[in-house]
Write a protein that binds this ligand. Structure first.
Ligand code: ADP
Ligand code: MG
Length: 228
């Protein structure tokens, strides 16, 4: 076993181009994430939080710098290789749940497994994921038959079903009331307690304070990432 970081970002930069104009949305990002960490990324709207999450989650590419995942340089992989790693290593949770409305909870959670060639006992995996989030008895319910908090828990079960290395959640409580937000953060804390690596983007201090390390990002730069 090595103690290399799970995620290592070095001098990462993300630029957009509007005609001749270069817009730098991430600058000189240096970040190490160890397996099992519970982290929040905080910053105001437009500071670059989602861009950073999407790069960590292989939904987007940096325009410069190095990304190592488990020691492997993944900065310049093909789209196919990226999709393969994303499916295997990353679980994503969004503000608006992104569930398929016509599919029940079970079918929504099953979705990531369709893209895997080595799917073994899918039924057991799906029920296990629903059980982890406390919704095994809601397997046949569609999103519109569930509360916001239940929908987000289905989305978390979907993120967990492939047993990913990292759970990434972009404003996961942004569409929820305060009490439900606390429930969802309790769930993330429990997953972290069970060994999951969890990164949560938020602009809410109360949400960030539930994590063990708060990374502040401002105008595309990491200001500090002190451990609490
Ligand atoms: P946050 O999640 O912190 O609100 P984002 O990462 O979504 O911020 O966006 C960071 C900055 O990048 C914003 O100024 C946004 O306008 C800009 N941005 C995001 N996507 C694009 C794009 N496709 N083209 C140009 N600028 C973009
Ligand atoms: Mg965002």
């Amino acid at each position: 076993m090595s103690n290399q970081p799970l995620v290592q970002l070095r001098d990462l930069e993300k630029a957009y181009y509007l005609g001749d104009e270069e817009i730098l949305v991430l600058k000189n990002i240096e970040l190490d994430v160890s397996a099992g960490e519970f982290i929040s990324i905080m910053g105001t709207s437009g500071s670059g939080k989602s861009t950073l999450m999407n790069i960590i989650g292989f939904l987007d590419n940096a325009t410069r710098g190095t990304y190592r995942l488990k020691g492997q340089d993944v900065s310049d992989l093909s789209d196919d290789d990226e999709a393969h790693i994303r499916n295997r290593e990353i679980g994503f949770v969004y503000q608006n749940f992104n569930l398929l409305p016509r599919c029940d909870a079970y079918e929504n959670v099953a979705l990531p497994l369709f893209y895997r060639e080595d799917s073994g006992n899918n039924h057991a995996q799906i029920m296990h994921a629903l059980d982890i989030v406390g919704l095994a008895d809601r397997a046949k319910h569609r999103p519109n038959e569930m509360s916001g908090g239940q929908r987000q828990r289905v989305a978390i079960a979907r993120a967990l079903v492939s047993d990913p290395s990292i759970l990434l959640a972009d404003e996961p409580t942004g569409a929820l009331d305060t009490r439900t937000s606390v429930d969802i953060m309790n769930l993330f804390a429990r997953l972290h307690g069970d060994g999951c690596t969890v990164i949560v983007v938020t602009h809410e201090q109360e949400v960030a304070e539930r994590t063990e390390r708060i990374i502040h990002i401002r105008d595309g730069r990491i200001e500090d990432g002190a451990y609490r």
